[in-house]
Ligand binder design. Structure first.
Ligand SMILES: *[C@@H]1O[C@H](CO)[C@@H](O)[C@H](O)[C@H]1NC(C)=O
Ligand SMILES: *[C@@H]1O[C@H](CO)[C@@H](O)[C@H](O)[C@H]1NC(C)=O
Ligand SMILES: *[C@@H]1O[C@H](CO)[C@@H](O)[C@H](O)[C@H]1NC(C)=O
Ligand SMILES: *[C@@H]1O[C@H](CO)[C@@H](O)[C@H](O)[C@H]1NC(C)=O
Ligand SMILES: *[C@@H]1O[C@H](CO)[C@@H](O)[C@H](O)[C@H]1NC(C)=O
Ligand SMILES: *[C@@H]1O[C@H](CO)[C@@H](O)[C@H](O)[C@H]1NC(C)=O
Ligand SMILES: *[C@@H]1O[C@H](CO)[C@@H](O)[C@H](O)[C@H]1NC(C)=O
Ligand SMILES: *[C@@H]1O[C@H](CO)[C@@H](O)[C@H](O)[C@H]1NC(C)=O
Length: 904
């Protein structure tokens, strides 16, 4: 008895003491420094922080967001991405004097929080314990105070994406504990301080996209822990120091877009861990040392483009096992392609060897690349079958390919190498090679005759094309989408061309089709499409399908072939699945698609509810955004992941099919055509288009371009935002008027405009409103009248996936005009497209321009062009920057928002 009682007492005691301990610990977590409490309150009011994050009555250590305490003292302050109160947002300043009272402060993170002002001098002396300082994207300007060199405990210093000017203080070289130093994307001048070579703990050094001059200090080789070195996009000159080869831990090396000259040091083999080697856009010259890299290394991305290299490409570059991208374009490399590829498994790698002096035949090494831009060389012979769909070969000496160099140019190049050029493709039309003495005369005569014939043929083709185009244009005006044959920019497969039917699903018999559709009974008719009638059907196993019946008396056979050709090349979860076909009848062809339970967007946006009244139920916002993203994914795939890129040409709400989960399956694919590269055909079509478009037209007309799809997609987005049905399907005057009235309400600086055009049936709260606003902004950028200034689909996709970034980044400094990081370049590309037209020169439209119609690889090549438009011309660039600030008034963290209660 006694025993048990004592046990109970003991248990109670243990329990109580646990409780006591626990509460003791709790009190230890509370802020126990009065000075620091007052300092936090001062900080709160000087920065205008909100009660939402820092509720005034509660304990900062336990309940304030971003406050980190130890033993009741503040050791970390993180206000990254916070919003200010309305009053605080009216006059944001870099007023953080109160920080000096936190003597144990180890970390201050204010990234993405606007602190317009300069870094105070006292930062260096007033924050003795600081280990982490993150002021990325804070709209800071002025110079970097040299007193920062006194923060000897500092391990990470991030100052990128600001407007810092002046030199990089050499005192930063005293920060011996520094592991990360990121000064990128500012306007810093002067040289890389030699003192940096003492930063022995550094793992990351990023000073890219500034205006630095001078050379790369050779002592940099002593930074033995360095893993990432990025000094691209500056104006650095002189040569690459050989000591770089000592950086055995280096993974990323980016020296691109500078003015570096001279040869590449003969031995960089010490870079055992290198994965990315980027030295494009410099003035480097001479041939590359054959033993540049160790064999079997880890290289993934190599960019040597736009230098003045000569000689042969080191053989090791053709056999890198991890290779993803090799770009050596715009040099004077020469030699023939190796015939065997040693490690042919890297089939996803992209190759760009354009604009060099490679010659000989196209060899099997191309097999290991998923795409190869070989244009502007002297390749001869034929394009092998395995290379047909993945090479760009304009301006070479190839047979049977359009847009090649003249025979004279080719033969003199080959003669210069002591080789004979004996190519008889279309080059027959020009002169015959001089090296062939025998039967030269007959050849000249033959060539002349052939030349004449070809010229006449060309003329005929041109006239036919012109006729086709004008006819097509006529129909475009009625429907907004051409009904006629493919435009000249398209590449319809020749009717006789065999298709790989096995990739086109099952072959059904006519009887099966009849059975499935109830002999095409009216009750099964879905609609009369412009390329054929659509019928509902049931296959034998009870699988619901949609059958398209194409009557070749009213629909051109090519239309059918085009679509089949498309499906034979393309399969993607965002494209409506083709289940089969029936081609056995002479005059009727049938395509069988998977049935989409939710029809298409035009019919699903508003649906009759099941209830008795006639009320309509509209799609909720989340679903609308999901549909927009899905459609953007599909188009982005067509534009950027297919080569050559496909243009849909019929983007409208009724082309956006929806499966049972409202996932987008893009349909209506009869208009799809390949957007050719910079091909001959394309030039003709451009010429023709120019004539066509002499009368003004809103749609951008050149509808075989990706930009046309983007325009149409803009209308779809607007339809989702406003609920105005039919906008994406028509091009008539009333819809144009509607667009003209609606677009002015969309403003990146003002959310309120959107509330006036938003679909009244949408039920949305404050947060969602920002997403709607963002989609409207994206739509407007797609609807830019100038095709070249519309954003690329891939940027649109990014923007729709991050809608809040669209409207929020635009208000912080991170949407820099000179933004080049992958994180923000899509944003820049998006907004570059429609920002004030008076600012044409400063807006980075270049990507949109250049990339349009280019290969996807060309694109990735040009995104590396860090700091384009600031080629060392500091004066010009800084005026550009000032100008850009006029367009972008100094960013504010938060929009004036009447709905939000005023705090404090
Ligand atoms: C900083 O604060 C933000 C917002 O509260 C949070 O998302 C982020 O994870 C914090 N970062 C760190 C390193 O604590
Ligand atoms: C807090 O810091 C300020 C400087 O910003 C200083 O003047 C003041 O004396 C400090 N307060 C205390 C209590 O240490
Ligand atoms: C600062 O906060 C941001 C966002 O919350 C975070 O991404 C970043 O890593 C933080 N910085 C540091 C140095 O931890
Ligand atoms: C801080 O740095 C500056 C400049 O580097 C130097 O002149 C000054 O003596 C340093 N102050 C302290 C307290 O170390
Ligand atoms: C690296 O940092 C440690 C302290 O963490 C320091 O003692 C050492 O001197 C630094 N190494 C170099 C090479 O500076
Ligand atoms: C290639 O060499 C030719 C003459 O040899 C020269 O005119 C041309 O500028 C060079 N191209 C490059 C990109 O260096
Ligand atoms: C050129 O291409 C055509 C088909 O496009 C083919 O019939 C012909 O044989 C080719 N000529 C040569 C020389 O390969
Ligand atoms: C080019 O000329 C050669 C020799 O005269 C001839 O065999 C060949 O068929 C011609 N090719 C074309 C495409 O006309």
């Amino acid at each position: 008895m006694v025993d048990r009682r004592s046990k109970v007492v003991l248990l109670c005691f243990v329990y109580l003491s646990l409780l006591f301990n626990f509460s003791l610990e709790q009190t230890q977590h509370l802020l126990n420094s009065r000075v620091e409490r007052l300092a936090l309150l001062r900080l709160r009011s000087s920065l205008g922080l909100r009660a939402k994050e820092w509720p005034i009555k509660s304990d900062p250590c336990t309940l304030w967001a971003g406050i980190q305490c130890q033993n009741g003292r503040v050791v970390g302050i993180n206000i990254s991405g916070f919003k200010r109160t309305r009053i605080g947002g009216e006059n944001p300043q870099f007023s953080v004097d109160a920080l000096q009272n936190f003597t144990l402060l180890a970390s201050f993170n204010a990234s993405n929080f606007a602190l317009p002002g300069s870094i105070p001098e006292w930062f260096g002396t007033g924050l003795p314990s600081l280990q982490v300082l993150d002021l990325r994207s804070c709209s800071i300007f002025g110079t970097i105070p040299s007193t920062l060199g006194n923060l000897t405990n500092l391990r990470s210093l991030y100052l990128s994406h600001n407007g810092l000017t002046g030199i990089v203080p050499s005192s930063l070289g005293q920060l011996l504990n520094l592991q990360i130093l990121d000064l990128s994307k500012n306007s810093l001048t002067g040289t890389i301080p030699v003192s940096f070579v003492g930063l022995g703990n550094l793992t990351l050094l990023d000073m890219s996209v500034n205006y630095l001059t001078g050379g790369i200090p050779s002592g940099i080789g002593s930074l033995s822990r360095l893993q990432s070195l990025n000094i691209s996009g500056n104006s650095l000159s002189s040569s690459i120091p050989a000591q770089l080869g000592d950086l055995s831990n280096l993974v990323d090396l980016d020296l691109g877009s500078n003015s570096l000259a001279g040869p590449v040091p003969s031995d960089l083999r010490g870079l055992r861990n290198l994965q990315r080697f980027l030295i494009g856009k410099n003035s480097l010259s001479e041939s590359l040392p054959a033993n540049l890299f160790p064999p079997l290394n880890k290289l993934q991305v190599v960019n040597l483009s736009h230098n003045a290299f000569t000689g042969e490409l080191p053989a090791v570059l053709w056999s890198l096992s991890q290779l993803q991208s090799l770009d050596v374009s715009g040099n004077n490399f020469t030699g023939t392609l190796p015939t065997v590829s040693l490690n042919a498994n890297a089939s996803t790698a992209a190759l760009n060897i354009s604009d060099n002096m490679f010659y000989g035949g196209i060899s099997s090494v191309i097999r290991r690349f998923s795409f190869a831009d070989m244009s502007g060389n002297y390749f001869q012979g034929q394009v092998p079958d395995y290379a047909q769909n993945k090479v760009q070969v304009v301006e070479n000496c190839l047979q049977n390919v359009t847009n090649q160099r003249s025979g004279g140019e080719c033969s003199s190049f080959y003669a210069g190498k002591g080789l004979t050029f004996d190519n008889f493709g279309l080059t027959n039309t020009t002169q015959s090679p001089p090296s062939q003495k025998k039967s030269r005369r007959t050849k000249i005569i033959l060539a002349a005759v052939l030349g004449g014939v070809v010229a006449i043929l060309l003329l005929v083709v041109l006239i036919v094309l012109l006729m086709v185009c004008t006819r097509k244009r006529g129909s475009t005006n009625q429907r907004g989408i051409g009904v006629g044959p493919a435009p000249p920019g398209a590449s319809p497969p020749s009717p006789g061309m065999p298709l790989n039917l096995s990739s086109l699903g099952d072959a059904f018999t006519y009887e099966q089709i009849l059975l499935a559709t109830g002999e095409f009974g009216d009750e099964n008719l879905i609609k009369h499409g412009h390329s054929g009638d659509l019928f509902r059907g049931l296959l034998e196993g009870g699988i619901p399908v949609v059958v398209k019946k194409m009557d070749l008396q009213s629909v051109k056979k090519e239309t059918c072939m085009l679509e089949l050709d498309f499906f034979s090349k393309v399969s993607h979860p965002r494209i409506v699945p083709l289940l089969g076909h029936c081609l056995e009848n002479e005059n009727e062809k049938f395509l069988v698609y998977k049935f989409m339970p939710n029809g298409d967007l035009s019919s699903s946006l508003f649906r009759k509810t099941d209830s008795d009244d006639d009320s309509l139920q509209s799609l909720d916002w989340i679903t609308r955004l999901k549909i927009a993203i899905g459609a953007a994914e599909a188009l982005s795939y067509l534009h950027h992941e297919c080569s050559p890129p496909f243009v849909h040409r019929d983007v409208q709400a009724s082309s956006i099919l929806l499966d049972d989960k409202f996932e987008v399956r893009l349909g209506s694919l009869t208009e799809v055509c390949a957007q050719e590269g910079d091909g001959h055909q394309n030039r003709i079509s451009r010429l023709l288009r120019l004539q066509q478009t002499s009368e003004p037209s809103t749609s951008g007309t050149a509808n075989a371009t990706c930009a046309y799809d983007v325009y149409c997609f803009g209308k779809v987005l607007l339809e989702l935002v406003t609920g105005k049905l039919g906008i994406s399907a028509s091009n008539d005057a009333s819809s144009k008027d509607w667009l003209e009235q609606t677009l002015p309400y969309i403003n990146i600086y003002d959310k309120d405009g959107v509330t006036k055009i938003i679909d009244p049936s949408l039920i949305i709260d404050e947060d969602l409103l920002e997403e709607v606003w963002a989609m409207a902004v994206v739509a407007k950028s797609c609807l830019n009248p100038k095709p070249a200034r519309r954003p690329l689909m891939r940027y649109i996709l990014k923007a729709l996936e991050n809608p809040l970034k669209v409207v929020r980044e635009e208000h912080t400094s991170s949407a820099r005009l000179r933004a080049t990081s992958s994180r923000s370049s899509w944003n820049a590309a998006l907004f570059g497209s429609w920002r004030s037209s008076s600012d044409v020169a400063n807006v980075p439209v270049a990507p949109a321009n250049k990339l349009e119609g280019g290969s996807s690889f060309k694109q990735s090549g040009t995104t590396g062009s860090q700091g384009s438009g600031h080629n060392g011309d500091g004066a010009h660039s800084s005026s550009t920057r000032r100008h850009s600030k006029e367009i972008f008034p100094e960013p504010m963290e938060e929009l004036p928002d009447v709905n939000r209660p005023i705090e404090d």
